[in-house]
Design a protein around this ligand. Structure first.
Ligand code: PLP
Length: 400
């Protein structure tokens, strides 16, 4: 386990707004005025510290959120985007160009998989998908033109854990950047501290935790972030997926409760995983000793946030999975909905939803059953009551 504490690092970022509000004021301007024309020119070339030019580049509200995110991740800098996908695609397009090669985990989020597998072809970028937990496979995929190794800390939906420290070594050997999506495990993992060059997030999930907006983040060194928003060549500046100030400010407030939420998500998920096993429904949860990557998560995780809020159970067929999810929703256990990290429990059948972009043969290779039900466990105060309600559903359907 690691000593770094992201919540304490975050708490150290204390700002008082110009009006002495404890929350930063929302900056409601797309453009900013200058007293002198020369300062505007200098700012355009990135040569004036603390000046704002135009909100697609930087904005005071976005800056406040980015400073907090950088502190939480232990990176020099950060930039926030209008979605997790835009954080991922801008980062990849900034690192890869025509003729480059990328090694990616085959279990990445379906949208990321589709981007790498289908869309990157337009740019002449070659992608090899591997089992990122098999370091020999990753090593043997390396080529002289490999520029990026891309993985997720906790894979979706099988909840396999990447060994970031070891992937760092492979990335060094092949001269590639290591990019890690930490959407499933904010605070639990600090991928940059473990060796990742760039950490990306869908803040739509745990970081915001309210399911009221879509947002993303890129955490990296200042050189990378400045290149990303360079007015002439920066992918984020030119594609323009900026996060709105109102959202940046509301996400910042939610960020400061993330540590408590992660602890409760983890506590509830661990409870459900153990209880499912007791009634003979095999649960997949990295916090359980029998999970294939239990030792890897223990070795890399930060202390005090648990093993995350995601668990899966296998209902064998999509029909059975649907019947269970429909009944659970009817009984008020949570929502039959994609996404994760919400305060209520969400459940979905991964193969038919969030991973449906992944071709069947790869789903089989990953070991994904068509009846896999993924739970993003909520913040329920009485999780025993929740489990009893789930058990009633399983009994009513004669699954136990
Ligand atoms: N990364 C992961 C691991 C995800 O699960 C998702 C969405 O489900 C994304 C990225 C994409 O994020 P967004 O929907 O915010 O664009």
């Amino acid at each position: 386990m690691n000593k770094f504490d992201p919540a304490t690092a975050l708490a150290a970022v204390q700002r008082i707004s110009a009006e002495r509000g404890v929350n930063p004021s929302i900056n409601d301007s797309a453009t900013f005025t200058f007293e002198h024309g020369q300062t505007m020119t200098d700012t355009f070339h990135g040569e004036t510290e603390g000046m704002y030019l135009y909100s697609r580049h930087w904005n005071p509200s976005a800056t406040a959120l980015c400073n907090a995110l950088a502190a939480m991740e232990g990176t020099e800098s950060a930039w926030c985007t209008g979605s997790g996908m835009s954080a991922i695609t801008c980062t990849l397009l900034q690192c890869l160009q025509n003729g480059d090669h990328c090694i990616a985990s085959m279990t990445v989020y379906g949208g990321t998989f589709a981007f790498l597998n289908n869309y990157c072809k337009r740019f002449g970028i070659d992608v090899t998908f591997v089992d990122s937990t098999d370091l020999d496979e990753v090593k043997s995929a390396c080529r002289p033109n490999t520029k990026v190794i891309y993985t997720e800390t906790m894979s979706n939906p099988l909840l396999r854990i990447s060994n970031i420290k070891k992937l760092r070594k492979v990335a060094d050997e092949c001269g590639a950047k290591l990019i890690v999506d930490n959407t499933f495990t904010p605070m639990i993992f600090s991928p940059h501290k473990l060796g990742a060059d760039i950490v990306v997030y869908s803040m739509t999930k745990f970081i915001n935790g309210k399911n009221d907006c879509v947002a993303g983040a890129i955490c990296a060194d200042a050189e990378f972030i400045n290149a990303l928003i360079d007015v002439n060549n920066g992918t984020a500046m030119l594609l323009g997926p900026v996060l709105d100030s109102f959202r940046a400010t509301s996400i910042l407030k939610n960020l400061y409760t993330l540590h408590i939420r992660m602890q409760q998500h983890s506590k509830n998920a661990m409870y459900l995983a153990k209880k499912f096993n007791e009634i003979g429904i095999k649960a997949n949860y990295p916090g359980l000793k029998e999970h294939i990557d239990h030792d890897t998560i223990v070795e890399q995780m930060n202390y005090g946030y648990g093993f995350g809020g995601m668990i899966t159970i296998d209902m064998i067929t999509a029909e059975r999975a649907n019947a269970l999810m429909e009944l659970m929703q009817k009984k008020g256990i949570g929502f039959l909905a994609v996404s994760l990290g919400y305060f209520r429990t969400l459940f979905s059948c991964s193969g038919k939803s969030t991973s449906s972009e992944v071709p069947d043969e790869i789903q089989h290779k990953m070991g994904m059953s068509e009846g896999l039900v993924r739970y993003s466990v909520g913040l329920d105060n009485d999780i025993e009551h929740t489990f009893n309600a789930i058990t009633e559903c399983l009994k009513e359907l004669k699954f136990i």
